[in-house]
Structure formats: structure tokens, C-alpha cells
Design a binder for this molecule. Structure first.
Ligand SMILES: [Zn+2]
Length: 520
């Protein structure tokens, strides 16, 4: 007796092989039976008729920021309703352990600003606390280099001493032993921006010892794109571990049109992979526009001492610092979350006009009022987005966090990728005939699962975990836009996590069956 049978679907198994019509049976949390159409079906407690639908492995989002979603929005609807069944968190150098880099983590995790839950004392405690919240998707975590560096060195802008480096290595080793899948960096953010290549190689060696991966928000994605890709490749090679470039893009008009060249650079090296979100705009902190010598904590002082120098660095860049404004323009940088509600959804240029100041000064004013101000930068070219998306070896990943329209982020003008990434990739690649469906599904399932070491996930095979998505291949598409980002996609009809039907179209609430995964 099976627990669940999905009957008469078009089975796309995640490996890129030809689809076939058939049925799939689940017992407990595993796929135990797959047969072609017409085979006698074992008895099952529940059967879902999937005639006309594609059955694929649940999508795996290896570049995700749902580190605290289990505590804030544990239903994780923006992820589940895209068909995502596993998220990899701890990206861009940021992770909720050690806590120094994310002092608000406790308060956010409690969901109650007045309540202070006990701090997690170790990486394993963070994983246990996440599991105790019963997240809707599986969660695998990287440990963030930025969080580790801040714990050991604060926000110091210098290389670590030998003792400090030893302490950082110890923290990486602790996280890896507790089940981290690897190490991430965010080399445009404080404090990652203060680190040199050798420091990351040393921590990469520690990660390599337990078979982890190195995932990087590289040091530049515009004027410095090629040297930053080369650094990521070199770190992997020197430290002896697989290297992964997060959210690959050609940002700003300075590298527009060079997607083919950067893809060639990646393919010319054995042990490097990359992911991408299929949008022509990034989403980040406004503080990421600042050079390393003007951290947001110190902005008021720098401004009085050296306003013109700072303005030139932000708008034009420097030898070791890439401007995110140069080749984009202030009218294409749009504010998302900030304390002053009037400015949400407006470009920095528009805010500057309303304040009757220069755009640079408007940007600084926003940062001084709210250092955590977020923004969206419409900085990429659609042709480059398409070229990267159409590469069958680049994974689809959201760079988003699992949120809900009724949760704390529900009123913010967030990036549409939070709700739309995977359906959008499916729709573009279908409508523009850029890649056959089995290969599209492969970039969302077996490729990322194998690369990040997510065992027994990412393919439809007997013995694998029953993480599944059913969708209408002709109808699936994203509906979230920059203007109306909190819209669920259409065409995703059923999502199964660890054998449990987590969500089905027209069926109301989300059943939370995700697990915290531990690397071993
Ligand atoms: Zn990033």
C-alpha cells in the first residue's frame, strides 16, 4: 500500500533525459515506484490525477536568503508556490551564526520585538531552532564569511592576524562539523569587502576538509566582473574545493553585451559553476553603493570631512572599488524598504528632485536616516539575462527570501523574484524556445543538488526523497512585477515535500513538511 500516487503525468526526471508518460508512487518520504503509463498501479491511500501535467523534482534554490523565514513566515508561500522544495541559505557572506554579524537575528527570529529568545550558541543550534519551527521547504545552510569575520575582527579594514585567522578557521570548522554545506562570501559588502584573497583561501581550505562548497557574491559584477570571476576560480583551485559564482550577471553598461565572454570564462574551468535569477535588475542594500573606506556606520563623519571624494567614489568608482551607479544612473536605482514610507518605490533621482538636492546627497540622507535601506538597481541588459539563462549549465536560483503577502514584508515593494523566479525561467525558455524542458528542469534540480551535495534529492528515482512539483508546462508563468511584486505565479498546481502534499491549487493552507538538511 502506497501513501500517494501521482498518476499519468509527463515525467521529467531532472536528469535531462527524454520525458515519458507515467505514474509515480510514494511511501513515507521516499519515491518507491515509477512506471510508464499502462502499468498496473499498486493500491494507494491517495491518488492525484496528473493527466496533462508535468511531474518534476521539486525545484532547488541554491541562492536564497530565507535564513530567518522559518521564524517569520514558516509557511514560506513565495517559495512553495513556485515549486521550490529546498532552499540553500547563508549566502552572500551573511548567516545568522555567529550572531555578531546579525544582531537582530534573535529579535527577528522571535517575531516579537519585545521577546528575546536564547541566542543560538552554535551553528548546530541555529539549525535545530530552524527545524523546531517546521519550515515549509527543506533548508540547507552555508556559513557566511562576513558573519565569521565580524565575530572575530569586528568591522576592521585590515588583514587578520595569525590568531584571528586561526579563530576564523575554527568557526568555519565548527559550522562544517555541525552540518553546513559550505562557505559563502559577499565581497562587495562590509566586512567581506575588507578581506584579501589569501584570507578566503585559508577558510576555503577549512571548508574543503569536510567536502563543502565555496559560493561567492564576487567582488564586482560590473567594471570588475572578469577579475572577480577569476578570483572566485582561483580561490576554488588554491583551496581545493568546488567554486560557485552566485547570481551571475553583466551589471552596468560598462560590461553590457559580454555575457558570452563571461560564460566562456566559466566553461573554460573545470570546477566552477554559477546560478542566475532571470531578471534585469538586482536587489541589495543601498549601503552596498559605498566604498570600503566609508562604511555606513561612519557615514556622517566621512561626509563632513570628504563629501566630494565620497561622491566621486560612489558615482565613478576607484581602482579597487567598483561603482554600482556608473553606467546605470540614479534614475534606475529604486528604493524598496526604508524607514520613511514616502520614499518606498521611488528612484533616488526622483527622491532627490523632491528634496531639491543632488541624487548623491539624497542617497546619503536615506542611509543616515536608515542604514538598512534597500534598493533595486535596473542595471542589466535583457539580452545578457537571456544569454545566461539559455546556458544549460547555469542553475536557476532566486536570490530572494521566502515571504508572504500577509507577512512583515507584505507591504514592501520587494523584488518580483521572491515570487516569480522559477516560473519566469520556465516561461521565458518556453516562449522564446531557448532550451528544451528536460534541460530547463535539470538546471533547477539535479545540477544544483549534485553540486551542493544535497543527497537523494533533485531527481525522480526510486529511493530518492519525494520532493515533487506538478505544473502545466503550457501555462506556467510568473505574475509578480516590480509594481505588483506580491503575486503568486500561475501554472504550478501541486507541490510535495518529503512525501507530504505541501500545497495544491485550490486547496487552501500550506502543510509544512520541510527538513533542515545537514551535510555529511
Ligand atoms: Zn549576493
Amino acid at each position: 500500500m502506497l501513501d500517494l500516487v501521482i498518476a499519468d503525468a509527463l515525467i521529467v526526471d531532472g536528469r535531462g533525459t527524454a520525458p515519458f508518460r507515467g505514474s509515480l508512487g510514494v511511501r513515507g518520504d521516499r519515491i518507491v515506484w515509477i512506471r510508464g503509463v499502462g502499468a498496473a498501479r499498486p493500491e494507494s491511500a491517495r491518488t492525484i490525477d496528473a493527466d496533462g501535467l508535468v511531474l518534476a523534482p521539486g525545484f532547488i534554490d541554491v541562492h536564497n536568503h530565507s535564513d530567518l523565514s522559518a521564524f517569520v513566515d514558516p509557511d514560506m508561500p513565495s517559495a512553495i508556490r513556485q515549486g521550490v522544495t529546498t532552499v540553500v541559505v547563508g549566502n552572500c557572506g551573511t548567516s545568522p551564526w555567529p550572531l555578531a554579524g546579525w544582531p537582530d537575528a534573535n529579535r527577528m527570529a522571535s517575531g516579537d520585538p519585545n521577546q528575546e529568545p536564547p541566542a543560538w550558541r552554535g551553528f548546530g543550534d541555529y539549525l535545530d531552532a530552524t527545524q523546531a519551527m517546521h519550515p515549509a521547504t527543506n533548508v540547507a545552510a552555508l556559513v557566511g564569511h562576513g558573519a565569521i569575520r565580524q565575530e572575530v575582527m569586528g568591522l576592521e579594514r585590515r588583514p587578520p592576524s595569525l590568531d584571528e585567522l586561526r579563530a576564523m578557521r575554527g568557526l568555519v570548522a565548527e559550522a562544517m562539523a555541525a552540518g553546513a554545506f559550505g562557505l559563502s562570501t559577499g565581497l562587495i559588502y562590509v566586512p567581506g569587502i575588507h578581506s584579501e584573497t589569501d584570507e578566503i583561501v585559508a577558510l576555503g581550505e577549512e571548508t574543503a576538509r569536510l567536502g563543502g562548497i565555496y559560493a561567492s557574491h564576487i567582488r564586482g559584477e560590473g567594471a570588475h566582473l572578469f577579475r572577480a570571476v577569476d578570483e572566485a576560480i582561483a580561490i576554488g583551485r588554491r583551496a581545493g574545493l568546488p567554486s560557485h559564482v552566485s547570481h551571475l550577471k553583466c551589471e552596468t553598461s560598462l560590461v553590457c553585451g559580454r555575457a558570452a565572454e563571461v560564460l566562456e570564462r566559466l566553461h573554460g574551468n573545470d570546477d566552477v559553476t554559477a546560478d542566475q535569477y532571470p531578471y534585469a535588475a538586482w536587489n541589495s542594500s543601498l549601503a552596498s553603493l559605498l566604498p570600503p573606506w566609508a562604511p555606513v556606520e561612519d557615514l556622517a563623519r566621512v561626509l563632513t570631512e570628504d563629501r566630494d571624494h565620497l561622491c566621486a567614489a560612489v558615482e565613478e568608482g576607484e581602482a579597487d572599488f567598483q561603482s554600482s551607479v556608473d553606467g546605470v544612473g540614479w534614475d534606475r536605482i529604486v528604493i524598496t524598504g526604508t524607514s520613511d514610507e514616502r520614499f518606498r518605490g521611488l528612484s533616488v533621482a526622483a527622491i532627490a528632485r523632491s528634496l531639491r538636492v543632488a541624487p548623491f546627497d539624497a542617497c546619503i540622507r536615506l542611509l543616515i536616516d536608515d542604514p538598512s535601506t534597500g534598493c533595486i538597481g535596473h542595471a542589466m541588459d535583457e539580452a545578457d539575462v537571456r544569454a545566461i539563462l539559455a546556458d544549460p549549465d547555469i542553475f536557476v536560483a532566486s536570490d530572494g527570501a521566502a515571504i508572504s503577502p500577509t507577512g512583515p514584508a507584505g507591504r514592501l515593494p520587494v523584488h518580483p523574484r521572491e515570487y516569480g523566479t522559477f516560473p519566469r525561467a520556465l516561461a521565458i525558455l518556453r516562449d522564446e524556445a531557448l532550451m528544451p524542458l528536460p534541460m530547463v528542469v535539470r538546471t533547477m534540480t539535479s545540477l544544483p543538488a549534485d553540486r551542493f551535495g544535497l543527497r537523494d534529492r533533485g531527481r525522480l528515482a526510486e529511493g530518492s526523497f519525494a520532493d515533487l512539483v506538478l505544473f502545466d508546462a503550457d501555462r506556467v508563468r510568473d505574475l509578480a512585477t516590480y509594481e505588483m511584486p506580491h503575486r503568486f505565479p500561475e501554472g504550478i498546481t501541486c507541490v510535495v515535500v518529503n512525501g507530504t502534499v505541501a500545497w495544491a491549487e485550490g486547496n487552501g493552507p500550506i502543510e509544512r513538511a520541510g527538513r533542515v538538511l545537514r551535510h555529511s
